[in-house]
Ligand binder design. Sequence first.
Ligand SMILES: Cc1ncc(COP(=O)(O)O)c(C=O)c1O
Length: 340
Amino acid sequence: MNPRLEGKCLSMPVVTSGLTHGLSIFADMFCDAGDVLLLPDMMWGNYRMIFATRRGAELRHYPFFSPEGELNITAFREALFALKDRPKALVLLNFPHNPTGYTPCPGEASALVEALVDAAEVGANIVACVDDAYTGLFYEEDIFNESLFSLLAGAHPRIASIKIDGPTKEDYVWGFRVGFITFSLAESEGREEVYGVLEKKVGGLIRGTISKSSMPAQSLLVHAMKTAGYREEKDEKFVLLKDRYDEVKTVLSGYDYADAFRAYPFNSGYFMCLRLLRTDAELLRRHLLDEYGVGVIAMGDRDIRIAFSCIEKEQIKDLFDILYTGVKDLDKNFEKTGRK
Ligand SMILES: Cc1ncc(COP(=O)(O)O)c(C=O)c1O
Protein backbone atom coordinates (compact mmCIF):
# COMPACT_ATOMS: atom_id res chain seq x y z
CA MET A 1 0.00 0.00 0.00
CA ASN A 2 2.89 2.41 0.82
CA PRO A 3 5.94 1.04 -1.03
CA ARG A 4 7.91 4.23 -0.40
CA LEU A 5 7.86 3.45 3.35
CA GLU A 6 9.98 0.37 2.68
CA GLY A 7 13.19 0.56 4.70
CA LYS A 8 12.18 3.70 6.63
CA CYS A 9 12.73 3.70 10.37
CA LEU A 10 9.43 4.35 12.20
CA SER A 11 8.18 4.04 15.75
CA MET A 12 5.95 1.14 16.68
CA PRO A 13 2.34 1.92 15.67
CA VAL A 14 0.32 2.24 18.89
CA VAL A 15 -3.33 1.16 18.82
CA THR A 16 -5.87 3.89 19.54
CA SER A 17 -9.63 3.90 19.85
CA GLY A 18 -10.28 5.06 16.29
CA LEU A 19 -8.66 7.92 14.38
CA THR A 20 -10.26 10.73 16.36
CA HIS A 21 -8.59 9.34 19.46
CA GLY A 22 -5.24 9.23 17.64
CA LEU A 23 -5.70 12.84 16.56
CA SER A 24 -6.54 13.90 20.10
CA ILE A 25 -3.40 12.10 21.36
CA PHE A 26 -1.40 14.08 18.79
CA ALA A 27 -3.16 17.22 20.10
CA ASP A 28 -2.43 16.37 23.76
CA MET A 29 1.23 15.66 23.03
CA PHE A 30 2.10 18.58 20.77
CA CYS A 31 -0.58 21.22 20.90
CA ASP A 32 -0.60 23.80 23.71
CA ALA A 33 -2.93 26.77 24.14
CA GLY A 34 -1.96 29.47 21.66
CA ASP A 35 -0.05 27.17 19.32
CA VAL A 36 -0.87 27.62 15.67
CA LEU A 37 -2.16 24.64 13.71
CA LEU A 38 -2.12 25.06 9.95
CA LEU A 39 -5.18 23.67 8.17
CA PRO A 40 -6.91 24.26 4.85
CA ASP A 41 -10.04 26.44 4.83
CA MET A 42 -12.03 23.36 3.76
CA MET A 43 -11.62 20.73 6.47
CA TRP A 44 -13.31 18.07 8.58
CA GLY A 45 -15.23 20.08 11.21
CA ASN A 46 -14.21 17.88 14.14
CA TYR A 47 -10.64 19.25 13.95
CA ARG A 48 -12.07 22.39 15.54
CA MET A 49 -13.23 20.38 18.55
CA ILE A 50 -10.06 18.32 18.83
CA PHE A 51 -7.53 21.14 18.50
CA ALA A 52 -9.22 24.47 19.23
CA THR A 53 -11.96 23.65 21.76
CA ARG A 54 -10.06 20.94 23.65
CA ARG A 55 -6.51 22.29 23.43
CA GLY A 56 -6.90 26.02 22.79
CA ALA A 57 -4.93 25.98 19.53
CA GLU A 58 -5.31 28.74 17.00
CA LEU A 59 -6.44 27.17 13.73
CA ARG A 60 -4.85 29.10 10.89
CA HIS A 61 -6.32 28.44 7.46
CA TYR A 62 -4.94 28.66 3.94
CA PRO A 63 -7.15 28.32 0.85
CA PHE A 64 -7.20 24.65 -0.15
CA PHE A 65 -7.91 25.43 -3.81
CA SER A 66 -6.60 28.35 -5.85
CA PRO A 67 -9.08 30.57 -7.76
CA GLU A 68 -8.15 28.47 -10.83
CA GLY A 69 -9.39 25.36 -8.97
CA GLU A 70 -6.04 23.75 -8.32
CA LEU A 71 -4.51 22.57 -5.05
CA ASN A 72 -3.14 25.82 -3.61
CA ILE A 73 0.43 24.84 -2.87
CA THR A 74 1.59 28.46 -3.05
CA ALA A 75 -0.80 29.44 -0.25
CA PHE A 76 0.27 26.40 1.79
CA ARG A 77 3.90 27.36 1.33
CA GLU A 78 3.32 30.98 2.33
CA ALA A 79 1.30 30.02 5.42
CA LEU A 80 4.04 27.60 6.43
CA PHE A 81 6.86 30.11 5.99
CA ALA A 82 4.91 32.60 8.13
CA LEU A 83 5.33 30.14 11.04
CA LYS A 84 9.09 29.75 10.74
CA ASP A 85 9.94 31.97 13.73
CA ARG A 86 7.49 30.36 16.14
CA PRO A 87 8.81 27.73 18.56
CA LYS A 88 6.98 25.12 16.51
CA ALA A 89 4.74 24.87 13.48
CA LEU A 90 1.92 22.32 13.65
CA VAL A 91 0.53 21.13 10.33
CA LEU A 92 -2.27 18.72 9.56
CA LEU A 93 -2.66 17.13 6.12
CA ASN A 94 -5.49 14.82 5.11
CA PHE A 95 -5.69 12.97 1.77
CA PRO A 96 -8.04 11.70 0.40
CA HIS A 97 -9.47 14.89 1.76
CA ASN A 98 -12.64 15.31 3.77
CA PRO A 99 -14.72 17.24 2.64
CA THR A 100 -13.57 17.69 -0.99
CA GLY A 101 -12.53 14.13 -1.90
CA TYR A 102 -9.33 15.48 -3.43
CA THR A 103 -5.95 13.70 -3.47
CA PRO A 104 -2.91 15.37 -5.04
CA CYS A 105 -1.22 14.10 -8.18
CA PRO A 106 2.38 12.90 -7.67
CA GLY A 107 3.80 16.32 -8.62
CA GLU A 108 1.56 18.11 -6.13
CA ALA A 109 2.40 15.60 -3.38
CA SER A 110 6.13 16.23 -3.93
CA ALA A 111 5.54 20.00 -3.96
CA LEU A 112 3.69 19.84 -0.62
CA VAL A 113 6.57 17.92 0.97
CA GLU A 114 9.09 20.24 -0.68
CA ALA A 115 7.30 23.21 0.93
CA LEU A 116 7.63 21.55 4.35
CA VAL A 117 11.30 20.71 3.80
CA ASP A 118 12.07 24.23 2.54
CA ALA A 119 10.35 25.78 5.57
CA ALA A 120 12.32 23.44 7.87
CA GLU A 121 15.48 24.46 6.02
CA VAL A 122 14.92 28.14 6.92
CA GLY A 123 14.31 27.29 10.57
CA ALA A 124 10.72 26.12 11.08
CA ASN A 125 10.36 23.30 13.64
CA ILE A 126 7.56 21.32 12.09
CA VAL A 127 5.28 18.68 13.55
CA ALA A 128 3.35 17.37 10.55
CA CYS A 129 0.42 15.08 11.17
CA VAL A 130 -1.01 13.05 8.32
CA ASP A 131 -4.64 11.94 8.72
CA ASP A 132 -5.02 8.89 6.48
CA ALA A 133 -8.66 8.13 7.29
CA TYR A 134 -9.63 7.46 3.64
CA THR A 135 -6.40 5.96 2.37
CA GLY A 136 -6.74 3.42 -0.43
CA LEU A 137 -9.91 4.97 -1.85
CA PHE A 138 -8.17 6.36 -4.95
CA TYR A 139 -10.36 6.33 -8.07
CA GLU A 140 -8.05 7.76 -10.73
CA GLU A 141 -4.76 6.55 -12.18
CA ASP A 142 -2.86 9.81 -12.10
CA ILE A 143 -3.04 10.52 -8.36
CA PHE A 144 -0.52 9.97 -5.58
CA ASN A 145 -1.88 6.68 -4.30
CA GLU A 146 0.20 6.45 -1.14
CA SER A 147 0.19 8.18 2.20
CA LEU A 148 2.01 11.50 2.22
CA PHE A 149 3.74 10.07 5.29
CA SER A 150 5.82 7.94 2.88
CA LEU A 151 7.41 11.11 1.52
CA LEU A 152 7.55 12.93 4.86
CA ALA A 153 9.10 10.17 6.96
CA GLY A 154 12.70 11.15 7.68
CA ALA A 155 12.49 14.10 5.25
CA HIS A 156 14.33 16.65 7.44
CA PRO A 157 15.86 16.83 10.96
CA ARG A 158 13.43 19.66 11.82
CA ILE A 159 10.35 17.72 10.72
CA ALA A 160 8.67 15.21 13.02
CA SER A 161 5.90 13.39 11.21
CA ILE A 162 2.97 11.51 12.62
CA LYS A 163 0.65 9.12 10.83
CA ILE A 164 -2.89 8.58 12.03
CA ASP A 165 -4.72 5.76 10.32
CA GLY A 166 -7.13 2.93 10.95
CA PRO A 167 -9.79 0.68 9.51
CA THR A 168 -12.85 2.89 10.23
CA LYS A 169 -13.26 4.00 6.59
CA GLU A 170 -10.64 1.79 4.91
CA ASP A 171 -12.35 -1.41 6.03
CA TYR A 172 -15.82 0.07 6.49
CA VAL A 173 -15.99 -0.70 10.24
CA TRP A 174 -17.27 2.66 11.48
CA GLY A 175 -18.25 1.49 14.98
CA PHE A 176 -15.19 -0.63 15.76
CA ARG A 177 -13.04 2.13 17.27
CA VAL A 178 -9.59 0.97 16.14
CA GLY A 179 -6.82 3.26 14.90
CA PHE A 180 -3.05 3.70 15.00
CA ILE A 181 -0.57 6.47 15.74
CA THR A 182 2.97 6.15 14.32
CA PHE A 183 5.92 8.56 14.49
CA SER A 184 8.78 9.23 12.14
CA LEU A 185 11.92 11.28 12.83
CA ALA A 186 14.94 11.97 10.67
CA GLU A 187 17.98 9.82 11.22
CA SER A 188 19.91 10.89 14.32
CA GLU A 189 21.80 9.40 17.21
CA GLY A 190 19.27 8.37 19.85
CA ARG A 191 16.31 8.22 17.47
CA GLU A 192 15.32 4.77 18.74
CA GLU A 193 15.25 6.05 22.35
CA VAL A 194 13.09 9.01 21.30
CA TYR A 195 10.67 6.59 19.61
CA GLY A 196 10.57 4.64 22.88
CA VAL A 197 9.73 7.82 24.82
CA LEU A 198 7.01 8.82 22.34
CA GLU A 199 5.45 5.34 22.48
CA LYS A 200 5.44 5.48 26.30
CA LYS A 201 3.83 8.91 26.26
CA VAL A 202 1.07 7.60 24.00
CA GLY A 203 0.69 4.61 26.32
CA GLY A 204 0.39 6.96 29.31
CA LEU A 205 -2.22 9.09 27.57
CA ILE A 206 -4.27 6.01 26.73
CA ARG A 207 -3.94 4.59 30.25
CA GLY A 208 -4.95 7.93 31.75
CA THR A 209 -8.00 8.46 29.55
CA ILE A 210 -9.65 5.32 28.17
CA SER A 211 -7.35 2.80 29.91
CA LYS A 212 -7.08 0.60 26.84
CA SER A 213 -8.40 0.24 23.31
CA SER A 214 -11.13 -2.26 22.50
CA MET A 215 -9.75 -5.81 22.33
CA PRO A 216 -12.81 -7.47 20.72
CA ALA A 217 -12.68 -4.99 17.82
CA GLN A 218 -8.98 -5.71 17.26
CA SER A 219 -9.48 -9.48 17.49
CA LEU A 220 -12.42 -9.38 15.08
CA LEU A 221 -10.38 -7.37 12.58
CA VAL A 222 -7.35 -9.63 12.75
CA HIS A 223 -9.64 -12.63 12.35
CA ALA A 224 -11.41 -11.00 9.37
CA MET A 225 -8.10 -10.10 7.72
CA LYS A 226 -6.91 -13.71 7.99
CA THR A 227 -10.15 -15.11 6.63
CA ALA A 228 -10.28 -16.32 3.03
CA GLY A 229 -12.18 -13.85 0.87
CA TYR A 230 -11.34 -10.77 2.97
CA ARG A 231 -9.36 -9.13 0.14
CA GLU A 232 -12.11 -9.93 -2.40
CA GLU A 233 -14.84 -8.50 -0.15
CA LYS A 234 -12.81 -5.35 0.38
CA ASP A 235 -12.26 -5.01 -3.37
CA GLU A 236 -16.00 -5.45 -3.93
CA LYS A 237 -16.74 -2.53 -1.60
CA PHE A 238 -14.10 -0.45 -3.35
CA VAL A 239 -15.75 -1.15 -6.71
CA LEU A 240 -19.15 -0.17 -5.25
CA LEU A 241 -17.77 3.20 -4.13
CA LYS A 242 -15.88 3.73 -7.39
CA ASP A 243 -19.09 3.04 -9.36
CA ARG A 244 -20.84 5.75 -7.36
CA TYR A 245 -17.89 8.10 -7.90
CA ASP A 246 -17.95 7.39 -11.68
CA GLU A 247 -21.69 8.03 -11.75
CA VAL A 248 -21.24 11.44 -10.09
CA LYS A 249 -18.63 12.31 -12.74
CA THR A 250 -20.97 11.13 -15.52
CA VAL A 251 -23.96 13.06 -14.18
CA LEU A 252 -21.93 16.24 -13.71
CA SER A 253 -20.45 16.07 -17.20
CA GLY A 254 -23.70 15.11 -18.94
CA TYR A 255 -26.14 17.64 -17.48
CA ASP A 256 -26.01 21.35 -17.19
CA TYR A 257 -26.22 22.64 -13.65
CA ALA A 258 -23.65 25.36 -14.37
CA ASP A 259 -25.98 28.27 -13.64
CA ALA A 260 -26.57 26.95 -10.09
CA PHE A 261 -23.39 25.24 -8.88
CA ARG A 262 -20.06 23.80 -9.92
CA ALA A 263 -18.03 20.92 -8.50
CA TYR A 264 -14.68 21.34 -6.79
CA PRO A 265 -12.01 18.90 -8.03
CA PHE A 266 -12.43 15.37 -6.58
CA ASN A 267 -10.85 12.00 -7.35
CA SER A 268 -10.96 9.88 -4.16
CA GLY A 269 -12.52 9.16 -0.77
CA TYR A 270 -16.14 9.33 0.39
CA PHE A 271 -17.16 12.91 -0.49
CA MET A 272 -17.26 15.72 -3.03
CA CYS A 273 -18.14 19.41 -2.70
CA LEU A 274 -20.18 21.87 -4.71
CA ARG A 275 -19.74 25.62 -4.93
CA LEU A 276 -23.12 27.36 -5.04
CA LEU A 277 -23.03 30.33 -7.35
CA ARG A 278 -25.57 32.53 -5.51
CA THR A 279 -27.49 30.40 -3.01
CA ASP A 280 -26.89 30.47 0.72
CA ALA A 281 -25.58 27.00 1.67
CA GLU A 282 -27.35 26.70 5.03
CA LEU A 283 -30.65 27.92 3.55
CA LEU A 284 -30.39 25.35 0.78
CA ARG A 285 -29.45 22.58 3.25
CA ARG A 286 -32.58 23.24 5.30
CA HIS A 287 -34.78 23.60 2.22
CA LEU A 288 -33.55 20.27 0.80
CA LEU A 289 -34.17 18.53 4.10
CA ASP A 290 -37.62 20.05 4.69
CA GLU A 291 -38.98 19.78 1.15
CA TYR A 292 -37.20 16.76 -0.34
CA GLY A 293 -35.87 14.76 2.64
CA VAL A 294 -32.34 15.11 1.24
CA GLY A 295 -29.43 15.62 3.66
CA VAL A 296 -26.28 17.49 2.69
CA ILE A 297 -23.70 19.34 4.80
CA ALA A 298 -23.44 23.12 4.46
CA MET A 299 -19.97 24.62 4.85
CA GLY A 300 -19.53 28.37 5.05
CA ASP A 301 -21.77 30.57 2.89
CA ARG A 302 -21.52 28.80 -0.44
CA ASP A 303 -20.24 25.23 -0.13
CA ILE A 304 -22.16 21.97 0.11
CA ARG A 305 -20.63 18.57 0.88
CA ILE A 306 -22.13 15.47 -0.66
CA ALA A 307 -21.41 11.96 0.65
CA PHE A 308 -21.65 10.13 -2.71
CA SER A 309 -20.28 7.06 -0.92
CA CYS A 310 -23.65 6.42 0.73
CA ILE A 311 -25.97 7.06 -2.24
CA GLU A 312 -27.16 4.24 -4.47
CA LYS A 313 -25.80 4.71 -7.98
CA GLU A 314 -29.36 4.84 -9.38
CA GLN A 315 -30.21 7.78 -7.10
CA ILE A 316 -27.24 9.99 -7.94
CA LYS A 317 -28.82 11.72 -10.93
CA ASP A 318 -31.98 12.36 -8.87
CA LEU A 319 -29.88 13.84 -6.11
CA PHE A 320 -28.26 16.41 -8.41
CA ASP A 321 -31.60 17.19 -10.04
CA ILE A 322 -33.11 17.81 -6.59
CA LEU A 323 -30.18 20.04 -5.65
CA TYR A 324 -30.73 22.00 -8.84
CA THR A 325 -34.49 22.25 -8.22
CA GLY A 326 -33.78 23.37 -4.65
CA VAL A 327 -31.64 26.23 -5.94
CA LYS A 328 -34.41 27.24 -8.38
CA ASP A 329 -37.04 27.10 -5.58
CA LEU A 330 -34.96 29.52 -3.53
CA ASP A 331 -34.49 31.79 -6.58
CA LYS A 332 -38.31 31.95 -6.89
CA ASN A 333 -38.77 32.65 -3.19
CA PHE A 334 -36.28 35.46 -3.53
CA GLU A 335 -38.08 36.93 -6.55
CA LYS A 336 -41.42 36.77 -4.68
CA THR A 337 -40.36 38.03 -1.27
CA GLY A 338 -37.09 39.85 -1.87
CA ARG A 339 -35.73 37.70 0.98
CA LYS A 340 -33.14 34.96 0.51
C1 LIG B 1 -10.69 13.19 7.93
C2 LIG B 1 -11.18 12.31 9.04
N1 LIG B 1 -10.34 11.95 10.01
C3 LIG B 1 -10.74 11.17 11.03
C4 LIG B 1 -12.04 10.71 11.11
C5 LIG B 1 -12.49 9.93 12.31
O1 LIG B 1 -12.32 8.57 12.25
P1 LIG B 1 -12.80 7.68 13.47
O2 LIG B 1 -14.26 7.44 13.31
O3 LIG B 1 -11.96 6.43 13.37
O4 LIG B 1 -12.51 8.40 14.74
C6 LIG B 1 -12.95 11.08 10.12
C7 LIG B 1 -14.35 10.62 10.22
O5 LIG B 1 -15.28 11.14 9.68
C8 LIG B 1 -12.52 11.90 9.06
O6 LIG B 1 -13.36 12.28 8.09
